[in-house]
Design a binder for this molecule. Structure first.
Ligand code: ATP
Length: 527
């Protein structure tokens, strides 16, 4: 490139030299014109020399010019080439740059893609692990339910607990003896004085045994621990019914509702607390629950809504009806959707207020009426397409004391007949269920008709027999224990029979499912 540019400069230099020689010749001619006396042949030779030189120079210039033109051509060609090359380079650079950018972009995208793929892979495997774990948790939960239910059935779907109220000053009277060995036996001892005075006083013992006997020092918490397993069953889809039976003042309300302090709270508030806690935990496994509470009183075979807040003059009447799906419902009753424990406790307070209003109007009315608290539980696990439905039913029964017929007249006689009728029918219904009789007389009383859904079938029933320790309550205590013992005695052989059969079948087939379906015949209400 440099030599090409130098050539035109050389041509330009030759042209300058030619021009200088021309000027010199002109000057010489002018000078000779002024001195004509010099030798003309000398001059002519010199001129022709000079002219030759000029021609030569002119030729040279021409050649150089031509050369220059060629060079310039080649320069411009080179320049064009350079521009071309420059352009090409630019194009190449730009192409390389774009490719680079493109490659970089691709690399980045690839990187992102790989990262994405990596993280997607990671997310996928994490999702798989989570799904697997969820499956395991679900299977574990179903297995827990199955085992829990098997345990409950082995313990007996109908159980009777006895609770002895402490004496006012604390402790236990002599006539009540509790077995220290297994917490299952209670003895009522009656000392009969010798009529003649000649023989020693005789002592007659009445022995009873139940699924559990709670002494006067048993705390509310200890009592609830036994029931909490049944409360869990309610959440698992089994109907659960818990009664408190006993004479007035024996501790039924204390057992079911208790006092307001934490440690003296009874079965209902504790059960409600457990239900909401357990429902919250099951929520983590995809279960969603809806709870509906109702509180009804049965007095003289008539129903009264304990959650009613309207004018007393406009209190509606109620009837027990069966829905198309064979569920028991009460017309015009308040069924309150509840979402937490506090709401239920508020309803229990409202029910107590309603009861005490009626109590003021009619002395001792609460002792002569049954109060039934029901919590309908509906669980849905959308992910598993499973639903379950159950009712937890907690009943504070009317005082079971028998009145001397001659002393009861008018309203009292009517009340007594109603109470006796419904309590004895309750015993008959439980016995019929335990004996798996084809006919169960639910409709013989409002109480059993109302509780029909919660008794029998898949349900678990627990009866508390509360007893008062005062010596003057001996007769009533004996009656209560006999009643409870009848219920218990009816059940005992049936469940021993089932248990034995179960053991046999486990040995035969090594499967729990088989005996679960064919022998126990009890399923949670999965819909
Ligand atoms: N286990 C107990 N420990 C301490 N106090 C108790 C216990 N059981 C009952 N009581 C007290 O005994 C009294 C009578 O109990 P409660 O009212 O529960 O009897 P009840 O059987 O429900 O009577 P009613 O049929 O009139 O409703 C109450 O003051 C209660 O606080």
């Amino acid at each position: 490139t440099l030599s090409n540019t130098a050539r035109p400069l050389r041509a330009a230099g030759a042209a300058t030299v030619a021009a200088t020689e021309k000027t010199k010749l002109k000057t010489l001619l002018l000078c000779t014109g002024g001195t004509q006396k010099r030798n003309p042949w000398d001059l002519k030779g010199k001129v022709s020399d000079m002219e030759d030189k000029v021609r030569n120079y002119q030729m040279k210039v021409k050649t150089l010019n031509q050369e220059n033109e060629v060079l310039q051509d080649s320069v411009s060609q080179s320049q064009r080439k350079m521009v071309q090359v420059e352009k090409e380079l630019q194009i190449q650079r730009s192409q390389i740059g774009y490719e680079g950018y493109f490659i970089w972009k691709i690399k980045v995208q690839l990187g992102i893609l790989l990262l994405k793929l990596d993280s997607e892979e990671e997310v996928r495997s994490l999702k798989e692990t989570v799904a697997q774990q969820k499956d395991e948790i679900y299977a574990g939960e179903m297995e827990r339910r199955r085992l829990h239910n098997t345990i409950q059935e082995l313990k007996g779907n109908i159980r009777v607990f006895c609770r002895v109220r402490p004496l006012v000053g604390g402790g236990l009277p002599k006539h009540i003896q509790l077995a220290t060995s297994d917490n299952k036996a209670i003895t009522l001892a009656k000392t009969e004085e010798s009529h003649t005075g000649k023989t020693a006083d005789t002592q007659k013992n009445y022995n009873f045994s139940f699924d559990r006997v709670f002494g006067p020092r048993t705390s509310q918490q200890e009592v609830f621990e036994e029931i909490s397993l049944l409360v869990q069953s309610a959440l698992d889809g089994y109907n659960v019914c818990c009664f408190a039976y006993g004479q007035t003042g024996s501790g039924k309300t204390y057992t079911m509702e208790g006092d307001e302090f934490d440690e003296t709270r009874g079965v209902i508030p504790r059960a409600v607390q457990q239900i909401f806690k357990a429902a919250g935990k099951l929520g983590e496994q995809g279960w969603e629950f809806t709870f509906t509470a109702s509180f009804v009183e049965i007095y003289n075979e008539t129903l009264r809504d304990l959650l009613y807040t309207g004018k007393s003059s406009k209190r509606p009447e109620h009837e027990i009806r069966k829905t198309a799906s064979n569920e028991v419902t009460i017309t015009n009753l308040t069924y309150e959707r509840v979402i937490n424990e506090d709401q239920v406790l508020g309803l229990i307070a409202l029910a107590n207020q309603n009861r005490s209003t009626a109590q003021t109007a009619q002395n001792d009315r609460s002792s002569r009426s049954h109060s039934v608290f029901q919590l309908d539980i509906e669980g849905v696990n959308a992910g598993r397409d499973v639903k379950c439905k159950s009712t937890l039913c907690l009943v504070d029964l009317a005082g079971s004391e028998r009145m001397v017929k001659s002393q009861s007249q008018g309203d009292r006689f009517k009340e007594m007949t109603a109470i006796n009728g419904s309590l004895s029918n309750l015993g008959i219904v439980i016995a019929a269920l335990a004996n798996k009789e084809s006919y169960v007389p639910y409709r013989n009383s409002k109480l059993t008709y109302l509780l029909q859904g919660c008794l029998g079938g898949n349900s678990k029933t627990l009866m508390f027999v509360n007893i008062a320790p005062e010596p003057d309550s001996f007769g009533e205590t004996l009656n209560s224990l006999r009643f409870a013992s009848k219920v218990s005695a009816v059940l005992f052989p049936v469940f021993i029979g089932q248990s034995t059969l179960m053991m046999f079948m486990v040995n035969q087939s090594h499967t729990h499912i088989h005996f679960n379906t064919s022998v126990c015949n009890s399923y949670p209400r999965f819909v």
